[in-house]
Design a binder for this molecule. Structure first.
Ligand code: ZN
Ligand code: ZN
Ligand code: ZN
Length: 365
């Protein structure tokens, strides 16, 4: 008798089974640890498929598929769904990389791409507009993953992580745990991760696309303040004087108080954290319930990427983060979610939720 999965029929998000032997496999796996089947992730269908031995390209689910050209180099397990693209959807958005003949750079690049695939996973799930691939023209989303350079005069040319006109630059040293932790401590940040960098920076890109280019900045200003105030001066003031007084009452992080653009990017990243976290919670049935019997029980959200009311997300997210923080404390780790969401911040999350819902487009691979 074929064993029925307990979850069959209703749970499909975030947990995957090996198509060959049925063992549980994970989003980042290139191979099943039990039967050694080669696996590839198909972004348009959110599926891990088995790659037939010695067949590449291959016909999978009626489509022409091939492994990403970066598979052997950095362990990218995504599949390309386009006959004229050697790279997967995520990798093809990287247009510049530091010298990868340097082993250290290669390892850092692999870590960054791993985090970036999670970014693209969410972009696809939210059905956010995304051009098929960068061609060098302005405004298209693309990533430069670069390292500091020593110039001939012996001075260091620093690479600043940031966004400009669709181009996201990440200093790849951030992929080194020791360096990132040092930066985190020096900046007084409670949380600093690669996925956090990607989610933050892409928030700037989508600010351009969904707010500036669509002429809805007035609505933005009503929630986040006036972004026309001098950006570089605001950042200088922030780094010199520290965050706004009582920033916790209005901002998700201290840095968000530097300028409305940073506030938007920080809150945007948190919206991604919240929805991504809730999706995982649903897949694993992490289901914290109220302590008091008279409080209503929560029904878990099957698809947090597509709920109508942001309040549903928040109602689930807050108890989940409390439980997860307690879990982490119980083994001596940093808090899972070291943030407090004030009333004003919740209003900003609502703005971002409504913005994303209003801009959903059907995904084309
Ligand atoms: Zn298997
Ligand atoms: Zn790839
Ligand atoms: Zn920023």
């Amino acid at each position: 008798m074929k064993m029925r999965l307990l979850t069959e029929g209703w749970i499909r998000l975030r947990r995957f089974l090996c198509p060959h032997c049925g063992n549980e496999v994970h989003f980042g796996n290139s191979q099943c640890v039990r039967c050694s089947a080669l696996l590839g992730y198909l972004p348009s269908r959110d599926q891990l498929l088995m790659i037939p031995a010695d067949q590449n390209p291959f016909n999978g689910s009626g489509a022409y598929l091939k492994t990403c050209a970066n598979r052997d180099l950095i362990g990218c397990n995504w599949l390309s769904e386009s006959s004229d693209e050697e790279l997967c959807l995520s990798c093809r958005h990287t247009t510049k990389i530091s010298d990868i003949s340097d082993e250290i750079n290669l390892v850092r690049w692999a870590r960054l791409e791993r985090a970036k695939r999670r970014l693209f996973y969410s972009i696809i799930k939210f059905r956010l507009p995304l051009e098929n691939g960068p061609d060098g023209s302005s405004g298209l989303l693309r990533f430069n993953l670069l390292s500091d350079k020593i110039r001939p005069d012996g001075k260091t040319e620093r690479i600043m992580t940031g966004h400009y006109n669709g181009r996201i630059t990440i200093n790849i040293a951030e992929a080194d745990d020791a360096i990132r932790e040092k930066n985190r401590t020096e900046m007084g940040e409670p949380y600093r991760t690669l996925i956090g960098h990607f989610r933050h920076e892409v928030g700037h890109y989508y600010w351009d696309k969904l707010i500036s280019e669509q002429n809805v900045a007035e609505e933005f200003r009503a929630v986040f303040g006036d972004e026309r105030r001098d950006y570089s001066k605001s950042l200088k003031t922030y780094y010199k004087n520290g965050p706004a007084a009582n920033w916790q009452n209005s901002y998700v992080s201290a840095y968000a108080s530097a300028h409305p653009w940073e506030d938007f990017a920080e809150t945007w990243a948190h919206y991604f954290h919240m929805v991504g976290g809730l999706e995982t919670a649903y897949a694993y049935r992490l289901d914290p319930q109220p302590l008091m019997a008279n409080e209503p029980r929560l029904i878990q959200l099957e698809d947090p990427y597509h709920v109508l009311d942001v309040q549903q997300l928040i109602d689930h997210w807050i108890p989940l983060t409390v439980a997860m923080n307690a879990m982490n404390r119980s083994i001596g780790n940093h808090d899972y979610y070291p943030f407090v969401l004030a009333e004003v911040t919740l209003g900003k999350l609502k703005y971002i939720h409504d913005l994303i819902v209003a801009n959903e487009v059907p995904f084309a691979a």
